[in-house]
Structure formats: structure tokens, C-alpha cells
Design a protein around this ligand. Structure first.
Ligand SMILES: [Mn+2]
Length: 237
């Protein structure tokens, strides 16, 4: 029986990650994949990398996982850089851009933000033309069979759209959810030779996570608190 949990955008929130991992375990699901942004914003990036490294069969890199590897003169970014070990950096540098899985004859593609870049943000209200580019191949994929189903993260907002060419699905975010404040993930259930997609919301102890953040002197704590308690995005226009 094929059941795969798809998680994304942990952002160093280990309290939320543990709650989601418990939920996945209780459902008897053994396969887990992760769509990147393991670190940044929340206080426990290195600890989250350890969990993801051990529990996930495939992980792609997100925008935070990429730019944290560059040198920075920004104090905020530097704080997160200082939390990571050499092994953590090596792990992040080893992550692939994307992967495909074939389930019941359908190609399911997984990447962080778009088929072209970890930094290209595609939102559910963008033009249809732009959303349909999510099914296209790119220099990262080469000329392979195009996907029937696409899973991505990045925008911290869960949704599913159906088109003639396929299904576009965003898992939402485990650690920094910006639609509802509960942790978000998806399940692909390939039982009975069909593919069923489910969305799961997990309540977790946000006050405990904020306590850890204060204990560790997390930079821009108030912005993190507003994201966790009110789903208020720090860079909202
Ligand atoms: Mn993210």
C-alpha cells in the first residue's frame, strides 16, 4: 500500500514538526517527503534538519536552504547561520532541486517553489497562464515526461487546483503556516490503484514554541509570534 506524507516549510519550528510527525506515525504512514525550507524564521533549524534527515526518504531544497549557504552581512540571517553545524551545511548543499515519483502510472513532481527556481513565487491568484507553467519542464528537469500532479511549498498556503493538464497542489507549511495557524501537510494515498490527495491540519502547542524562541533570543521574535498566532506574514505588502 502506497501512502506518502508530503511536508514542507518547517522553518526551524520543531514543536510543529514533532506534532506533524506524530500525526503521520499515528496514521501508519511510513513514507515521508519534504519540499524544503527546513530552517530560518524559527529557533531550531539544526534540530529540524536532524529529524528530516532521519525520517524523510526524499527532500528538495528551498530558498532558505540555498541562500543560508552564502556569506551575509545581515545580522538577522547571521543568527540562523550560526545555529548550523558543518554537517548541516553539507546536508543542505546536498539537496536536489526536484524529484519525480510514479504512482499508479501518474508522474508526481515535487519542488519547492517553481520548476525554474527556488525563488520564483507562484500564488494561487496569479494568472492561469503563470500557474500552468508549473507543469512545464525546465533546465533543472531536462526533457522528461511532464507531470500529471505537481506538489510544491514556498507560499505557506494550502490549495489544490485542477486543470486539463493536471493537478497543482500546495501542501501549506508545517512550521510557519499563513492560511490557518495549524500546521499543514498533505497525504498521497495510492491505495486501490488510484491516487487520492488529502490535506491534514495539526494543532500544536504554539505557546511552547514561542517559549523556546524567547529562551533562545530568536531575532525578530515579534514577527515570528505574529506569524504563529495570527498567520500574519512578516513581509506582507
Ligand atoms: Mn518557506
Amino acid at each position: 500500500m502506497t501512502k506518502i506524507a508530503v511536508i514542507s516549510d518547517i522553518h526551524g519550528n520543531k514543536t510543529a514538526l514533532d506534532a506533524v510527525m506524530d500525526d503521520i506515525r499515528q496514521r501508519g504512514i511510513e513514507r515521508i517527503v519534504c519540499l524544503g525550507d527546513l530552517i530560518g524564521k524559527g529557533p531550531q533549524g539544526s534540530e529540524c534538519i536532524q529529524v528530516i534527515k532521519t525520517k524523510c526518504e526524499k527532500v528538495v531544497r528551498g530558498n532558505w536552504d540555498v541562500f543560508i549557504q552564502d556569506s551575509s552581512d545581515d545580522d538577522f540571517i547571521q543568527w540562523f547561520k550560526d545555529q548550523l553545524s558543518r554537517e548541516d551545511y553539507e546536508y543542505l548543499a546536498s539537496l536536489p532541486f526536484y524529484f519525480d515519483l510514479e504512482v499508479n502510472g501518474q508522474v508526481i513532481r515535487f519542488f519547492h517553489a517553481s520548476p525554474r527556481s527556488e525563488f520564483e513565487r507562484i500564488l494561487p491568484f496569479h494568472s492561469l497562464e503563470k500557474r500552468l507553467t508549473m507543469f512545464e519542464n525546465s533546465e533543472h528537469t531536462g526533457a522528461v515526461r511532464q507531470p500529471d500532479i505537481v506538489f510544491y511549498g514556498d507560499i505557506h498556503t494550502a490549495f489544490l487546483h485542477t486543470y486539463e493538464c493536471g493537478i497543482l497542489c500546495n501542501t501549506g507549511s508545517v512550521g510557519n503556516s499563513l492560511d490557518l495557524t495549524s500546521a499543514s501537510y498533505a497525504i498521497i494515498d495510492g491505495s486501490y490503484s488510484t491516487n487520492c490527495i488529502q490535506f491534514i491540519r495539526v494543532n500544536y502547542d504554539r505557546e511552547a514554541e514561542l517559549q523556546i524562541s524567547r529562551d533562545r533570543d530568536l531575532p525578530e521574535y515579534e514577527k515570528y509570534r505574529d506569524e504563529l498566532l495570527f498567520a500574519k506574514y512578516r513581509n506582507a505588502q
